[in-house]
Design a protein around this ligand. Sequence first.
Ligand code: P6P
Length: 342
Amino acid sequence: MVQEDFSRDIVTLTEFVIRNQKDFPYAKGDLTRLLGDIAVAAKIVTREVRKAGLVNILGEFGTTNIQGESQKKLDVYANEQFIAAMKHGGVVAGVASEENDNVVVFEDRDCAESNYVVCIDPLDGSSNIDVNVSIGTIFSVYRTITQKGPCTMQDFLQPGTEQVAAGYIIYGSSTMLVYTTGHGVNGFTLDPSIGVFCLSHPDLKTPEKGQIYSVNEGNFNYFSKDIQEYIHYCQGTANDFGKSYSCRYIGSLVADFHRNLIKGGIYMYPSTEADPKGKLRLLYECNPLAFIVEQAGGKASTGFERIMEIKPEKLHQRVPYFVGSIRMVEKAEELLRHSLSK
Ligand code: P6P
């Protein structure tokens, strides 16, 4: 009797998380549930993003978020979907979102007794929605430190080193979910024909160096001399590549980060005169991507200190951001620190 081979080469996100549950030494099944909830919301957002040009989901919602940024309809929709998914999942006590001025505390009993909080940028790069450019979702998971009752602000203002999981979803030529629990980085691509995230990028590692630099060169005249010097280093022939790097800047952090993670490169959003703390937010943009890039062998800093060691003081706190291939971030740090020693 020939034994039929029922094995298949597809590993789904759920199967992978269950197989690696040991990497998440907290309540059994919590991470599976949490990531599953995020994956469902990601599929719903994918459905709307994929038809954004065809239905009345484009354009302004007529409100602005705490950042003073106009909220586009898909921003608000994505925020609602991710918050609802985590509220109904029952393993999250509350959410800090770029789109909400204050934390969203889930009052029902299951959530109030749950062990995790999530920081999220539900739809980063939303200015690109109307022009069909890749956008993304970024999330960070912490264990609550509040002992009893509903979560509080202190549960969200933990340094990035306390993250128990982090990830992003990129709504690009395909929808991908990339996450880490501190035991490496794995990428899953949504197969729309079966509606399942399938392991496509196991044990992702980022090259130690690359030839791509990502920065908004329109701000060049507002950067410090050291940043201008680093950009000239990228453009010149004295760098480790012997010729100019390529400048690739989509204006969508997740898209730039994901390309650089795979190909090697550095993404920079330094401080400028207008934004002395930079533009990107520590809790739900910089920390989660810092966790991922460090797990993939890269580096994330303000130019002077490790992003994940910063003790947050405010929910929507901004920090200068250098993230990507370790040798490239170190070179930028070297020039920034050198100027300090002058
Ligand atoms: P600028 C989008 O608003 C975002 O937060 C990132 O996704 C992106 O990299 C950056 O801001 C773009 O900012 O000032 O270059 O347009």
